[in-house]
Design a protein around this ligand. Structure first.
Ligand code: DC
Length: 223
């Protein structure tokens, strides 16, 4: 039987993972966070002192990197060369390095293959930057989830404050702008709304409103 695939793309901080996780839970689908795979790749480069902006070195190193996904109690775990690195990849340094290594063909090919294999075997909600355009061009549902830079920066700011940190909103906003620029302007599978994707701007929507909109589209098309 053919699996059902829901692709959710959008810029950093648009709320993709929160939304994708909830939709997956409601439909009993597997949630696949592809950003985590790029982050694991970036962690490898950082640990091995490989400049994530050096095409040659990253391409060569990529051959020694094995990224895998495993599920424990419904939670995605990212495994880098046999080591569970799930708790080590969420920081800004790794996120920025992930955006840098994600430009290279060798990295994208490796991770795209893994993502396509996962989606072929089961029903998935997969989030990233190029899922609807490059990884799963035949996905039954494609969502492009965005929000204003200000909203996205503010959400990230609130998250960090909740963790007891004292962040600078201007630094966060600039970081988001830089990452958007890099993800949109790269040559390989850039961040782009697929022509057949539904555009959802979550700036003025609650999480539940976005989730319910996607579930409604699912009901209309797939059930
Ligand atoms: O979604 P995230 O912040 O965890 O992603 C980290 C970086 O990985 C992002 O800035 C660009 C890259 N990425 C990508 O190029 N393609 C994807 N499908 C997912 C992430």
């Amino acid at each position: 039987m053919m699996s059902i695939n829901i692709a959710i793309d959008g810029p950093a901080g648009a709320g993709k993972s929160t939304i994708a996780k909830k939709v997956a839970e409601k439909l009993s689908f597997i949630y696949v966070d592809t950003g985590a795979m790029y982050r694991a790749m970036a962690l490898y480069m950082i640990r091995n002192k490989i400049n994530p902006r050096d095409t040659h070195l990253v391409t060569e190193a990529c051959e020694s990197v094995h990224v895998a996904i495993r599920y424990e109690g419904g939670e995605q775990k990212v495994v880098l060369n046999q080591e569970d690195v799930t708790g080590l990849i969420r920081g800004e340094e790794v996120g920025n390095a992930a955006s840098a290594v994600a430009r290279y063909t060798a990295v994208r090919e490796k991770l795209t293959n893994l993502q396509q294999d996962l989606a072929m075997q089961q029903n998935v909600v997969m989030d990233g930057r190029d899922i609807g355009t490059a990884v799963l061009p035949d996905a039954q549902i494609k969502i492009y989830l965005t929000a204003s830079v200000h909203t996205r920066a503010n959400r990230r700011y609130q998250e960090l404050v909740k963790k007891g940190m004292n962040p600078d909103i201007h630094v966060i906003e600039q970081d988001i702008k830089d990452r958007d620029f890099q993800d949109i302007n790269r040559e390989n599978a850039p961040l782009l709304k697929a022509t057949d994707a539904v555009l959802l701007d979550s700036s003025e929507m609650s999480v539940d409103e976005v989730v319910n909109t996607i579930l409604k589209i699912y009901k209309e098309r797939c059930s």
